[in-house]
Design a binder for this molecule. Structure first.
Ligand SMILES: Cc1cc2nc3c(=O)[nH]c(=O)nc-3n(C[C@H](O)[C@H](O)[C@H](O)COP(=O)(O)O)c2cc1C
Length: 176
């Protein structure tokens, strides 16, 4: 169904619920222009520097890291309950070896405002331009978090994505 422009804060509680349960789908193109998806479970939607932002955390080992570095932008796609299996696939397979759009039978469409793919089947999508990136600094992080989340190193890069466009299907709330 066609999506319509929405305020970045619309559906906020539902979107956070999906983020912390099945996960959201982060979309980006690799350097060659192949669309990739990665499930994210950590992130924040809010306002910084007077701009609406999605803050996402991506480990350097992810193919997605290379994709975001290549184009400086990404999309955040909110999957419906029917797409739970796609979240599992996109959270366990790498775009280095798998075309996840094809594997999950999802449709990639170029975003309207940035060089990144949106997932046509997702009822809510955000288009984001990276305006800041910083690496998690182990020495400045609580030791219990370092021990719990970074036993293998691979400290996240934190991407601050200004939301340039946010759209939702009229029935989005019922589909999440
Ligand atoms: C529910 C869930 C949430 C996840 N959240 C994140 C995250 O926030 N950041 C991250 O770097 N990896 C996260 N992952 C792991 C990546 O999705 C996974 O390693 C994926 O295969 C990477 O794909 P890529 O190599 O194509 O980028 C998560 C996985 C799952 C299942």
């Amino acid at each position: 169904m066609a999506k319509k422009p929405m305020a970045c804060t619309d559906h906020y509680a539902d979107v956070v619920k999906v983020l912390t349960s099945r996960g959201l789908l982060l979309g980006a193109y690799d350097a060659a222009g192949k669309a990739n998806l990665m499930t994210i479970g950590w992130g924040a939607l809010g306002e910084v520097w007077g701009k609406p932002v999605w803050i996402v955390l991506v480990r350097p080992s992810r193919y997605t890291y290379k994709c975001i570095e290549a184009h400086g932008c990404f999309t955040v796609n909110v999957p419906s309950a029917a797409l739970a299996e796609a979240c599992d696939v996109c959270g366990s397979q790498s775009g280095r070896t798998v075309d996840k759009f094809a594997a999950c039978r999802l449709t990639a469409e170029r975003a309207a405002t940035v060089e990144a793919p949106v997932v046509v089947e997702c009822p809510i999508v955000y288009e984001c331009k990276v305006v800041h990136a910083n690496d998690v600094v182990p020495e400045r992080l609580a030791p219990e978090i370092v021990d719990g989340a970074y036993a293998g190193g691979d400290f996240h890069r934190v991407y601050w994505g200004e939301i340039l466009d946010a759209r939702a299907e009229p029935q989005a709330a019922k589909l999440l």
